[in-house]
Design a protein. Structure first.
Length: 537
């Protein structure tokens, strides 16, 4: 009698899991896509002025997706190599999400993505671009009465809409032709000398990464070489005894093309600064959040209100007193930021904490009960499996482990994907790719188990039960990465950005769970048919 209800129970479990996985996967991605900083509605006020300007103007050249290793190749980018001998340069580090939108916001506000309120996932269309809510260097330039200009991709127009740009050229193109238009628009601004803060965005390296084979394809280096030549054109319009030129990138790309996740190569970028106010040399690594404060110091602007970085004073021609004054001003600004952040995340005020320590206080407070729930949910099925141990259970567990091995070989070795958002080229690619990998892996694992247990020679009901148990047991093991993600990040993204590695593994498990449930039901039906035909034969 007890076994009579097992098959309907397993079928109900698979149906519920399939529906739940679909709804939960959608909710997970929506919560990341629409994440807002705790400071979104209460941006901290800017700090004081960082002193007298060191340069007449600052020109920022942002080469989208330029990897550090590519920038160091003298055969590909000879202009950058020459600039390194004339100026200050270092390796720059960013953090995920390594998409353009959050990285641009970090560069211009000095705040990490968790704080800066930039979009965590790039805008799906040009009408969805989020305007800056946190103080930026363009805000500071406007307050100081400086003229500003931006030439680049169209998202900048929406992001900087409140900053009162004095000139702008924006394109929806991302290839070489679009970059030529970007440079053509910027050259007259540089020739006139009327603009003190200019941003030029070169996009074709990113285009080559996404659409022309990635960094391992020759098209990547060709795009980087063209970008290098464009930088030469811009330099010709500058007087580096008065002007400062900064060349950097927003993120890297994985070898096969793509970015967004926590892959180390996507979090290393070049940083080169040359011209007025700069002490040449090769310096220790810097952080992406250090850029905004350094530009503010070069132009004598206010310290941006949400700035988490430092002025790279070792690279600047500052007196010891100027350096001390700047550290004091930035320290006061960041103390104000800390107070605002602690209040926004409901952590008691503590002037001796860092922002990361304040964040960790709340994370620890939330993770303790989640750890208990996750551990309980992981142990209960394990106890049941142990109680039902035997030859059949061993075969089924072996089949599940075989499925996991096959899936990950297909996913990472054959398809060449990484366990991060960097491998997600589109929602459809992720969904249908995962469906194919699950179908192939589960089918092979199912055949091994069914043949090993000689299930096709027995009763159809037994074959169906084994197929369903295989699917349900697979779901249990797939739940373990999800439970880990739940412990680390919560059910959904809320007041802080997640650990991207654990969240992605959990998300990938949810997608697998959807297709394991659906295909498991299909295989149960197939097993019944095969068994009937085998018995008749």
């Amino acid at each position: 009698m007890k076994n009579k209800f097992l098959i309907p129970l397993y079928i109900l479990i698979l149906l519920l899991v399939a529906a739940g996985c679909y709804l939960y996967a959608t909710a997970m991605m929506d919560s990341l896509t629409f994440y807002r900083s705790p400071l979104a509605d209460t941006p901290p006020s800017p700090g004081a002025s960082l002193g007298q300007p060191l340069a007449d103007r600052v020109v920022i050249v942002l080469v989208d997706a330029l990897r550090e290793d590519t920038s160091l190749d003298a055969q590909v980018m000879p202009t950058l190599q020459t600039l390194r001998t004339q100026g200050a340069w270092a390796t720059m580090h960013s953090i995920p999400p390594t998409y353009s939108a959050p990285s641009w916001t970090t560069l211009l506000t000095g705040a990490w993505p968790d704080i800066n309120d930039g979009q965590s996932i790039n805008p799906p269309d040009n009408d969805s671009v989020r305007i800056f809510t946190q103080d930026s260097i363009f805000d500071g330039a406007q307050r100081a009465g400086l003229n500003t200009a931006v030439s680049g991709y169209t998202w900048f127009e929406g992001m900087l809409a409140k900053d009162g740009l004095d000139a702008g050229f924006f394109t929806e193109g991302e290839d070489d032709a679009a970059d030529q238009d970007v440079i053509a628009a910027a050259l007259p601004w540089l020739q006139s000398g009327d603009y003190q803060l200019v941003l030029v965005h070169i996009d074709q390296v990113d285009w080559a990464g996404h659409h022309e084979g990635g960094p391992i394809d020759p098209s990547w280096n060709l795009a980087a070489s063209r970008a290098d030549a464009m930088i030469t054109e811009l330099i010709a319009q500058l007087d580096l005894s008065k002007d400062t030129l900064i060349i950097l990138a927003d993120h890297g790309q994985i070898d096969r093309g793509g970015h967004g996740g926590q892959d180390p190569i996507t979090m290393l970028e070049p940083f080169i600064m040359v011209g007025a106010g700069v002490v040449p040399g090769h310096y220790d690594d810097i952080r992406m959040v250090d850029v905004a404060a350094t530009i503010a110091a070069l132009l004598g602007l206010d310290s941006p209100g949400s700035n988490q970085g430092r002025v790279l004073d070792e690279m600047l021609t500052l007196t010891p007193q100027q350096s001390a004054d700047i550290k004091e001003i930035v320290g006061a600004q960041q103390a104000n930021l800390l107070t605002a952040y602690q209040a926004s995340i409901s952590v008691p005020a503590n002037p001796y904490q860092t922002l990361e320590e304040a964040r960790q206080v709340r994370l620890d407070r939330e993770r303790t009960p989640r750890a208990f729930v996750a551990l309980l949910l992981a142990l209960i099925p394990a106890v049941i499996l142990y109680a039902r141990r035997g030859t059949r259970a061993a075969w089924i567990l072996g089949g599940v482990l075989f499925y996991l091995l096959l899936f990950n070989i297909i996913y990472s070795v054959i398809a060449g994907k990484t366990y991060s958002l960097s491998s997600v080229t589109s929602a459809n690619d992720l969904i249908f790719g995962t469906a194919k990998y699950v179908a192939v892996s589960l089918l092979i694992a199912w055949l091994v188990v069914m043949l090993g247990l000689r299930a096709f020679t027995g009763q159809p009901v037994t074959a169906v039960r084994i197929s369903l148990i295989l699917a349900v047991t697979t779901l249990y093991l797939l739940s373990l990465p999800l439970l880990w993600s739940y412990y680390r990040n919560g059910l959904l993204v809320s007041w802080t950005l997640p650990e991207f590695e654990s969240m992605f593994l959990g998300f990938l498990s949810v997608l697998q769970g959807l297709f394991v449930s659906a295909i498991g039901l299909l295989l149960a039906g197939v097993s019944a048919l095969v068994t009937r035909f085998a018995r008749k034969a």
